[in-house]
Each structure stands twice: as C-alpha cells, then as structure tokens.
Design a protein. Structure first.
Length: 414
C-alpha cells in the first residue's frame, strides 16, 4: 500500500430542514389550528483515530465528504427526521488544520475518541412552534440553518518514542530490523527507505518502546535535495533522537563527521525545537572495522564532532552492542513518561489519629479547661451538643485548703 501522510479535503455538514406552515382541516372542525412541524437537524462531520490505519491514502482521491441534509417538516404535527452523522476514520496521530489559516483544528492522539469538525445545521421552526394563547393561527415559519463547511489539510505524524536519523545507507533500516519485528526494505543503494517505518522494541516483559525509521537526509534537503525534509515531521513527537553514523564508509572521500554536521544543520533549518531534542550518537557498522582500530576511530569521530552526549558503538548487522543501547533508551523514555498516581482505596485509608490539644503548663487549670470546652464546642457547631453529654470540667485541686472561718451569729439581747 502506498504511504500518504498528507491530504487536502473538503468537508461539509448537512443543512437543517425547513419548517412547515400548515393548518388542520377536517370535516366538522372549523378552527383546527396550526399543525406544521419543525425541520430535522442536518448531519455533522466527525473525525476519529483508528489504530488499524497507517496512511491517508483513502483521502488522496476522495476529496469531498459531506453529510446529508435534515428532512423538512410536514403537516399533521410531523417533524422532519434528523440526518445521520458521518465519521471519517484517520490514523492515530493525524493533525487536522484549516487550509486557509493553517490553524490546528484537532489533533487525534487517542484512538476511538471522536472529534466534531463540522456541526450540522439546526432545523427550522414550523408554525406549530409559534402557537400561543394570543396567536392561535400563526403564519410564520423559518428555514433550516446551514451546516458548517471547511477545507482542511490532514497531516500524519506517527506516534513513536524514539526516532532514527542519519544519512542514506547509514544502517537505520538494519538497526530497526535487528531490534524489532519491523521488516523494511534493505538494499545496497541509497534511499531504500521511501516512507517511515515503525517498530516495537521489547526490552523485557511489559517493557517496550516504539522506534520510527524515516528516509535518509542529505545536505541541502531544505532546498529539496534527495527526498527533502518533509518526513522530519514524523519525529516531532519523539522523546529521543538516535543519530546513526556510518563508522566505516565504503568510499574514502566520504567524511562521517562532515555528514553529521550537515544533518544537524538541516534539523536546525527545519525546526529549532526538533534540533533541541535529546540526541544520542550511535556509531554503526563497527564489524567492518578491524578490532585494533575501532577504539581509535570512534574517539576520533567524537573528538572532531566535539560531542558531549552519550555515545554507543554497535553493529546492527552482527547484533553487537545492542543490549546496552536498548536498556539505556528504555530508561530515558520511561523517565520522561508521566506515571499516573495509583488511586487510593478509601477502605484502606488510614484514619487520622485524634490528637489531644496541647495545654501549656503555665496556664492556670481553670483557663485551660475552659479553652478545651470552647474548642470542642466550636468544632461541633454543626451538630448541637446535648447538655447531658457535654464534657465534664476537671476538678481543680488547690495547693492548700484554707480552714473555714467561724461563722458569727447575732443573738438578741436578753
């Protein structure tokens, strides 16, 4: 199947049905009153992401998609039927933009989540809608509202965690074949890969990530050399870029360092944000270099590039050095993915301990007891406290009980 990652289509929602002006006319019923129904609603246009699709070829030739109009209202209190909506399935990762303003209208990241792009027009009102106690024979009706129409551009950006960058024949397709079940075309001539390829890499049970392989870039891709840089859009959602360098070029005139610097300039021309993404250096085809020259050649490439990031020495064809690379990639990708917090089961939520208020020893016992009672009453303002169950104030002990003074009683003089 031909890979198509861009298409321009016209979408149009249906118009609403017109309202009806009608009156009930039957024998022996001189004043039947209005019975014109409302029109039906026009169909809307929805977009939904389908994980089973990987190309926009269905929209390369079908350029016009429009929903049906709603039915008009009829007499005898008959309302028009609403038209069915149409749902356009696109690959997950598709961006819908307005063709004229280039504004993003929708971004379909999650599968099976419909997004409304064109709303259908509402149906018009019949004269039955305008019937009131003072206007018993209305003669007005309204036409249906028109549906929305748009000209949109569909752009597909694959959803991948890691992207492979490199010149043609750098070994990107061989690498994705060695680490995943993807089977892209591999040959000994440049530009073998003509469209992006996705592969799922499984590091361990329940530990995996997605790798995207795009066609090779050459110097001058921004001006249209080679296949251009149109496929770089598929790397804008990645979290990590692997810059694959051919450490053993077939010709002595090919300089891997000069090609790596040219590719970095092409990234900067296309999108500065893409060039600022984390990028690791992967030196490939080391199986073609003698063992006693591998270390010196890798150090020379890193020194001339003035590279400060991670460097991996591999051979995709011989499957050498792949495991450390894959584990490092997974750790990097897993650290950037936001892990949702597990929900707390209220049945196992620990109850807060009832901490008694701290009473200052320097405060008199009477004042401390009153404060405790006041705080308890304040906390239970919502529910009245029964005086029978009110907290009992603690009995106060005096330091030394003073003897009671004798009571003097007055007696009458005899």
């Amino acid at each position: 199947m031909k890979f198509v990652d861009e298409a321009v289509i016209d979408i149009a929602a249906g118009n609403g049905g017109a309202g009806c002006m009608s009156f009930r006319r039957e024998k022996c019923i001189p004043f039947g009153g209005p019975n014109g129904g409302n029109g039906g609603k026009g169909g809307s246009v929805w977009f939904v992401g389908d994980r089973n699709l990987n190309t926009l070829i269905d929209y390369r030739y079908a350029r016009r998609h429009e929903a049906r109009n709603g039915e008009a209202g009829r007499g005898s209190d008959q309302f028009g039927a609403a038209a069915e909506d149409i749902v356009l399935a696109v690959p997950v990762g598709t961006i819908v933009k307005d063709f004229e303003t280039d504004q993003i209208l929708a971004e379909l990241i999650e599968p099976d989540v419909p997004v409304l792009l064109c709303k259908g027009g509402d149906g018009g009102f019949g004269n039955l809608h305008y019937k009131t106690s003072t206007n018993r024979a209305p003669r007005q009706k309204t036409p249906g509202w028109p549906g929305e129409q748009k000209k949109v551009r569909l752009e597909l950006r694959v959803l991948a965690d890691v992207g492979l960058l490199g010149m043609p024949n750098a070994g990107k397709s061989t690498l994705i074949t060695a680490i995943s079940n993807a089977r892209p075309k591999i040959a000994d001539y440049p530009f073998t890969t003509l469209h992006p390829n996705l592969g799922v890499v499984r590091v361990a049970p329940e530990k995996s990530f997605v790798v995207a392989d795009i066609p090779g870039l050459i110097e001058g891709a921004a001006e249209g050399a080679g296949l251009g840089h149109q496929f770089l859009r598929h790397l804008q959602r990645t979290r990590l870029l692997l810059h694959v360098i051919d450490a053993a070029p077939m010709s002595d005139s090919v300089d891997p360092v000069r090609e790596a610097k040219a590719l970095a300039r092409e990234l900067e021309k296309y999108d500065p944000e893409l060039a600022a993404k984390p990028r690791w250096l992967v030196l490939n085809k080391l199986d073609m270099v003698p063992e006693d020259e591998r270390a010196s050649r890798c150090k020379d490439i890193v020194r001339r590039l003035k590279w400060k990031g991670p460097v991996f020495e591999i051979s995709a064809l011989a499957r050498e050095g792949l495991q450390p690379l894959l584990h490092a990639i997974y750790e990097h990708v897993h650290a950037q993915v936001e892990q949702p917090a597990p929900p707390v089961d209220p049945r196992f939520e620990e109850a807060r301990p009832n901490v008694a208020p701290v009473v200052d020893e320097r405060v008199r016992p009477v004042r401390a007891a009153k404060k405790i009672v006041a705080k308890t009453a304040k906390a239970d303002d919502d529910e009245p406290v029964d005086p029978r169950f009110a907290p009992i104030e603690p009995e106060l002990e005096t330091e030394a009980a003073a003897p009671a003074a004798p009571v003097r009683r007055r007696t009458r003089a005899a």
